[in-house]
Design a protein around this ligand. Structure first.
Ligand SMILES: [Zn+2]
Length: 107
């Protein structure tokens, strides 16, 4: 986590179900298998991270994806990546991604 924190910078805050999450940029964070992570969330730290080098539309979609993870986690629902991908893709097309991105308070 310290590697992530050192290379991050805050985008803003987002209230998700009454919990204020810090939304931050991260850079070059890899999974254990070596693949690069585009985003991640941390329930205990109430943080969502988005890769700083993504184009804006990818950042928006990644934020939406991580917000969906948080919503499922907040409600104790089981979920998997394919379901999250399907929902984030569909909601992105409806403009929900940009709506959420704009809600993040700039700092
Ligand atoms: Zn995911």
């Amino acid at each position: 986590m310290s590697r992530v924190a050192k290379k991050s910078n805050k985008i803003g805050n987002l209230n998700i179900g009454g919990h204020v999450y810090k939304v931050k940029h991260m850079k070059d964070v890899n999974k254990k298998d070596g693949r690069m992570l585009l985003g991640l969330h941390d329930v205990k730290e109430q943080t969502i991270m988005v890769d700083i080098d993504l184009q804006k539309s990818r950042k928006v979609e990644t934020l939406l994806h991580e917000v969906l993870h948080v919503i499922y986690t907040n409600t104790g629902c089981d979920h998997d990546e394919r379901a999250i991908d399907a929902l984030s893709n569909g909601l992105m097309q409806l403009g929900v991604g940009n709506f959420i991105w704009d809600k993040v308070k700039r700092v």
